[in-house]
Design a protein around this ligand. Structure first.
Ligand SMILES: Nc1ncnc2c1ncn2[C@@H]1O[C@H](COP(=O)(O)OP(=O)(O)OP(=O)(O)O)[C@@H](O)[C@H]1O
Ligand SMILES: [Mg+2]
Length: 903
């Protein structure tokens, strides 16, 4: 900054943004241009949207909003999607501005709620807005950290609700990970929030190198040009595939492949100086097993002095956990791993364990972490390297390939700003991990933010209560969801207009002086549709016949393979008669080849032509035995292949086809000399017309789609007495305080009084069925803790079934069915049983519950019980169920569940 012009510009800036200059001197580093740009926009009074990669320093912009609020005597709320992240942020801000200036509001904690700066989860702010809390007074800035959560399938709507409802005067600071449609998102923000500056920064703060590890060799993924796969890597992989299974070259290389031993991978990467590292394994069990593998192999990544340091830190973190709970938490094994420098990180761990791992990793004491993808969300735990063991993950029912967005998010953890010069992403090669695909993922830059907003019952009563129905409906149309739908509608409408112009041109081209060519063309179309339909049917029957004929084969049957590489006679070794639609018989051919054939080898049904005896001990892998059997096959006397007569087209037999043909011949246009030229235009016309009709249908589906859902929701709430026109009824006001996913079901149960008369533990057990959601199919014993629980559950389920029916009638999504998996755990814990006993009791009824799961479900249960405790009863007097709910919540909040909560 030496040129006079630059100095002048800098000086002007300083005069223009004195507050910003005071602020930036508080950092030990120079701010990046994108940070400066965003802060200046903020200082100028705009809202900002900052999209920048993981770890690039977006927080600075949020902190500037905090600074501006304090400097002007106003308020700033800093919102995050995760309680743990809120806690972290709270601590940071207290350190910077002192405890008096900063408060914390999460489901777990209420600290200094009246402070000018309050850190909170986004849900807390949404609830404040609906309740009309006075805390909003004087609010000047809201920071929404990790605003891309708006796309989250389950919770995303909350972000849109907040963005839509915040008073117009509030400046919004939205911090987002990289998304490819930042401009679109920004445009929406302008429509709902007014003036908003979009600051997009693409560059990672620490450059990322992509590698692939094959066996114990580490390769650059990209070649010298930086965009195509490293040719040396390709050569090496081809070589390896050849060695894996020489006999089956190119067929099933997976057979000879073994995944590399983790301690070897770690040792290799350690020798390259790539530790600390995070290995993503998309399963909790897999993460735990990986740690065990390292421990059993005798791996030590720490020095003796560090081990004591580790133990000290661990003991600080677990001080509040009752000693008797440590065994069931697997404490000793966990500590052993930590002292060696390895750990797992996933949602099955209790928060105290996760936080310990995070701290030890950030301090460089734990050097290897095996993690599920939850680590990639939110928490600040960068590494030098990120390792991916596989390119697919199990999402509950299927294995899904990793998307480019996920790949970027996961590998984004590699490279610590200020510590590493570069970060490294290492994909472990396996026969499924094609380097070309990995290279594609690593270089794709499209992961758009999509709205997941949909109106809920709770939202409806809150909105109607505040604004009346009409205004509420208009507000919904402001959502990003509707914005995106409308946008796509705009594009579709344009396309339709273009198509309609083209259709007119086509119509002009097919005008025929003999008669109505469109009518004639329609007949021809009908004929070809009918013929195609019959042909499809024929193919289906034929395939069925082939499958049936293959399934009828017996060992020893001799068949003729009609064509292809294996053409000729073959004897069936194993017909493969498992019940499925795709038989793959194992055969031996005349040419002594043994292997499985498939449906594609048989265009028509097979018939056994004879049999040969197969020796009982026959081994098709033995060349000698193959030769013997093949010679017996060749010696067999079978008729030569017959030339099949071509099938008569089934169409000829169809009456409808005959009628259509006659009508076509009789049509005046049939004799036109230009008939085929006209017909070609007519075909184009028909195709485009069909496409245009489909576009029309798509538009209809999208316009006002949210408004219509909202109307259906309101109609249902009217019916059930939660809404009366523009008013909320007393029952509606109770529903307005139930934020649960099963909001209406909770309200219905409260209103019907089916939970009255339960004691605290029984109530916790019953209410748990409305929060708990199993990750897999559970077959749970229906043994219940008490008769009262059984009856209350039966009544709850009845109410659910009736509600689900009326939802179905109105084409609304059905409320989730109550699930029994947490009943025993909730009951026992609320009876003050120890953690060990509680987890065992869940196990006894067939539910696998990790301690981490247990804590998470307890916190959700706690949330709902607290809502039930304070939601205003329609009768105006406090219901006994509210008293029990409060009592239950008090008991549940203890031991491992209370960890990290303010007492
Ligand atoms: N201009 C800068 N120069 C050097 N270091 C910086 C700069 N800005 C921020 N940092 C540091 O970079 C690290 C990451 O910053 P930060 O947590 O704000 O990233 P982020 O963009 O919020 O990432 P994420 O998407 O993971 O939340 C922090 O340790 C921060 O102190
Ligand atoms: Mg951040």
């Amino acid at each position: 900054m030496s040129a006079p012009a630059d100095r002048y510009a800098a000086a002007r800036r300083r005069m223009k943004h004195p507050e910003f200059d005071r602020f930036r001197t508080g950092y030990p580093f120079e701010l990046d241009p994108f940070q400066i740009g965003a802060c200046e926009a903020l200082a100028d009074g705009h809202s900002v949207l900052v999209c920048a990669p993981t770890g690039s320093g977006k927080t600075v912009v949020g902190e500037f909003a905090v600074h501006l609020a304090l400097a002007s005597g106003q308020k700033c709320f800093y919102t995050t999607p995760i309680k743990a992240l809120s806690n972290q942020k709270f601590n940071d801000l207290v350190e910077r501005h002192g405890p008096d200036a900063v408060g914390l509001l999460t489901g777990d904690n209420v600290i200094n709620a009246g402070a000018p700066i309050v850190v909170m989860t986004t849900e807390v702010l949404r609830n404040m807005l609906y309740v009309g809390s006075t805390s909003i007074d004087g609010l000047a800035y809201v920071v929404m950290d990790e605003v891309h959560y708006l796309g989250d399938r389950f919770r995303g709507a909350v972000w849109e609700e907040v963005i839509i409802h915040l008073p117009a005067a509030v400046r919004l600071v939205s911090l987002s990970a990289t998304v490819s449609n930042a401009e679109e998102f920004g445009e929406w923000l302008v429509t709902v929030r007014g003036d908003t500056r979009v600051v997009v920064h693409e560059q990672r703060p620490v450059p990322l190198w992509q590698h692939m590890m094959v066996g114990n060799r580490l390769f650059d993924l990209f070649g010298g040009d930086g965009s195509t796969v490293n040719p040396e890597l390709k050569r090496h992989i081809t070589e390896r595939m050849r060695h894996l299974d020489p006999g089956l070259r190119g067929h099933r290389p997976t057979r000879g492949w073994r995944p590399p031993h983790r301690p070897d991978v770690i040792a290799r990467l350690d020798s390259e100086g790539l530790l600390p590292l995070i290995t993503f394994i998309f399963s909790r069990v897999g993460c735990d097993a990986a740690v065990r593998q390292c421990v059993l192999s005798g791996l030590w990544l720490t020095e003796p002095g560090e081990r004591d340091e580790i133990t000290t830190i661990v003991e600080q973190h677990i001080a509040a956990i009752p000693v008797e709970d440590l065994d069931v938490l697997g404490y000793w094994e966990w500590l052993d791993g930590l002292r060696r420098g390895v750990a797992a990180h996933h949602a099955g761990l209790i928060p105290a364990f996760k936080e310990t791992v995070e701290e030890l990793f950030v301090r460089g004491l734990v050097r290897v972490v095996f993690a599920t993808e939850t680590l990639a969300l939110g928490i600040n735990m960068p590494a030098r390297s990120v390792v991916l063991e596989r390119m697919s993950k199990f999402n509950g029912d299927t294995h899904a390939d990793i998307t480019p967005g996920e790949y970027t998010q996961l590998t984004g953890r590699a490279g610590r700003r200020g510590i590493d010069i570069e970060g490294h992403a290492v994909v472990l090669w396996s026969p499924e991990a094609d380097p070309g695909r990995v290279a594609g993922l690593a270089s794709t830059r499209t992961y758009p933010l999509r709205s997941s907003f949909r109106p809920s019952y709770n939202m409806a009563v809150n909105l109607v209560g505040q604004l009346g129905r009409l205004a509420a409906r208009e507000l919904l149309e402001l959502s990003f969801a509707q914005f995106q739908a409308d946008r796509s509608v705009g594009g579709l409408a344009k396309q339709i207009r273009r198509s309609e112009d083209t259709l007119r041109e086509y119509a002009a081209q097919m005008v025929c002086d003999r008669g109505d060519f469109a009518e004639y063309a329609a007949l021809r179309r009908e004929l070809s549709d009918r013929e195609a339909g019959l042909a499809r049917e024929g193919a289906r029957t034929r395939r069925g016949a082939v499958v049936a004929s293959l399934e009828a084969l017996r060992p020893g049957d001799v068949i003729r393979v009609p064509g292809g590489r294996r053409a000729g006679l073959a004897v069936v070794l194993d017909p493969d008669v498992r019940p499925h639609d795709d038989p793959r018989p194992l055969v031996l051919t005349e040419a002594r080849w043994a292997g499985r054939l498939s449906l594609t080898d048989f265009p028509t049904s097979v018939e056994p032509l004879g049999t040969v005896r197969i020796p009982k001990t026959f081994n098709h892998r033995s060349p000698q035995e193959r030769r013997d059997l093949a010679s017996r096959l060749r010696a067999l006397d079978v008729p030569p292949p017959e030339r099949r007569a071509r099938r008569a087209a089934p169409a000829a037999e169809d009456g409808q086809i005959a009628t259509l043909r006659a009508a076509i011949r009789a049509h005046p246009c049939h004799q036109c000399p230009d008939r085929e030229a006209h017909a070609r235009w007519a075909e184009r016309y028909q195709r485009l017309e069909r496409e245009t009709a489909a576009l029309h249908r798509r538009i209809e589906g999208r316009t006002n789609s949210l408004g219509r859902t909202f109307d259906r929701i309101c109609a249902l709430l009217d019916d059930r007495g939660y809404l009366a026109g523009d008013e909320t009824t007393p029952a509606g006001r109770q529903l307005a305080r139930i934020w649960s996913e099963s909001d209406l079901l909770v309200a219905e149960c409260l209103r019907a009084g089916v939970w009255d008369g339960l004691d605290a533990a029984e109530l916790a057990a019953v209410v748990s069925t409305l929060v708990y959601e199993s990750r897999r199919d559970e077959s749970i014993s229906d043994r219940m803790p008490t008769a009262a629980v059984r009856d209350a559950l039966a009544a709850t389920t009845r109410i659910w079934a009736e509600l689900a029916d009326s939802e179905e009638d109105r084409s609304l999504p059905r409320t989730r069915e109550p699930q029994l998996g947490f009943v025993w755990a909730a009951y026992r814990w609320t009876q003050r049983d120890g953690l060990d006993r509680v987890l065992t009791s869940a196990n006894e009824v067939g539910v696998e519950l990790s301690a981490g799961d247990f804590v998470r479900w307890c916190k959700q249960l706690l949330d709902l019980l607290e809502q039930i405790a304070v939601a205003p009863s329609p009768s105006g007097v406090q219901a006994p169920v509210a008293v029990q709910a409060r009592a239950a919540a008090r008991i549940i909040r203890r031991g491992v569940v209370a960890q990290g909560m303010f007492p």
